[in-house]
Design a protein around this ligand. Structure first.
Ligand SMILES: [Zn+2]
Length: 327
């Protein structure tokens, strides 16, 4: 009898422990099950926007504001930390700073996004004298620096217009020390694409009222951008044996206002986590010394490729019908 009771107790204890094991397993399935649909974070990217306040075929500042608000809404939706760089000439009309244009920059700052300098009038370092280029930098910060300060945000970054840092190593070095002496940090990029061609075509189609063409351009944008992402990921592995933290450079334009939501979603599906440029720059890839003396491509991936004697195509070209529509 006593033995039987012991056995029953043992059976109960065994059943209880078996039940708790099942319970733990069930909980594990429930918790891991919720993340099955989401890819584990394994890729990182910082998003940067060029040519602020807006680059578009806009007829008035209300249109510019609409594009600005749409862009910011998308970036907020995906919780993207953004760096936007400004061409201050675009704040002016007949040499006078327009408050309605300054209000566009204020929108970015109100959203908590950092602004930087992209040269006063978007001049290429290879096409003007070094003295003029330095003046472009100093002239390019007069409004934005004060606005950023008032908003309590830093003003630190410089992005080269046309992503051209100078074809000669000595010029790049001289420029780097000039920028350093004015407390600027260079904003590199590893992924870029001709969003401006798509946006020009899209703007033109909308102006003509050709909604069908506008839609076709918009639909072609996503697969085009994805091919560029894929190329940058592959090149990163070819150069570093791993996927580095990428920095995307696109423009504050209409195609991104209307289609960046789809791009962002696709990036998330590729496993991208959106980080700040500061977080991206912690990747040791960006600390590599710049030693290549010759014509360099427009992204840091192109520059690193040239250093290693490797070719880099950057991805598929813009479809011909989009080029045609942009003309
Ligand atoms: Zn630019």
């Amino acid at each position: 009898m006593y033995l039987k009771l012991m056995r029953t107790q043992e059976t109960y204890a065994m059943k209880a422990s078996l039940l708790s094991v099942i319970l733990v397993l069930l909980l594990l399935i429930i918790f891991t099950g919720t993340s099955v649909g989401q890819q584990a974070p394994k890729r990182y990217v910082a998003i940067t926007l060029d040519d602020l306040p807006v680059v578009c075929q806009c007829e008035n500042d209300a249109e510019r504001m609409e594009i600005t608000e749409k862009l910011i809404a998308t970036f907020k939706k995906y919780k993207m930390p953004i760096l936007g760089v400004v061409n201050e000439q675009k704040l002016e009309s007949n040499g006078i700073v327009e408050p309605a244009r300054v209000a566009l920059l204020q929108k970015w700052l109100d959203a908590g996004y950092e602004l930087g300098n992209h040269g006063y009038s978007h001049k290429n370092i290879n096409e003007i004298s070094f003295e003029d280029y330095k003046n472009e930098i100093l002239k390019g910060e007069r409004v934005t620096r004060a606005l950023a300060q008032k908003a309590g945000l830093p003003y630190r970054f410089y992005r080269h217009p046309y992503l051209s840092a100078g074809d000669k190593l000595q010029i790049r070095r001289d420029l780097d020390s000039f920028l350093k002496s004015h407390n600027y940090v260079i904003a590199p990029n590893t992924i870029t694409y001709q969003d401006y061609t798509f946006s020009g075509a899209y703007d033109a189609a909308l102006r003509k009222g050709d909604m069908q063409l506008a839609q076709r351009i918009r639909e072609a944008y996503l697969p085009y951008t994805l091919s560029r992402w894929e190329a940058a990921e592959k090149q990163s592995i070819a150069l570093f044996g791993r996927e580095i933290r990428q920095i995307l450079m696109v423009h504050a334009n209409r195609i991104n206002a209307d289609a960046f939501d789809e791009v962002a979603k696709a990036m998330q599906d590729r496993g991208y986590v959106f980080i700040s440029i500061d977080e991206a720059l912690k990747d040791p890839a960006y600390a590599r010394p710049d030693t290549f003396d010759g014509k360099v491509g427009v992204t840091w991936l192109s520059r690193w490729s040239a250093e290693q004697g490797k070719t880099f195509s950057g991805g598929t070209p813009v479809p011909e019908f989009v080029r045609e529509a942009a003309r």
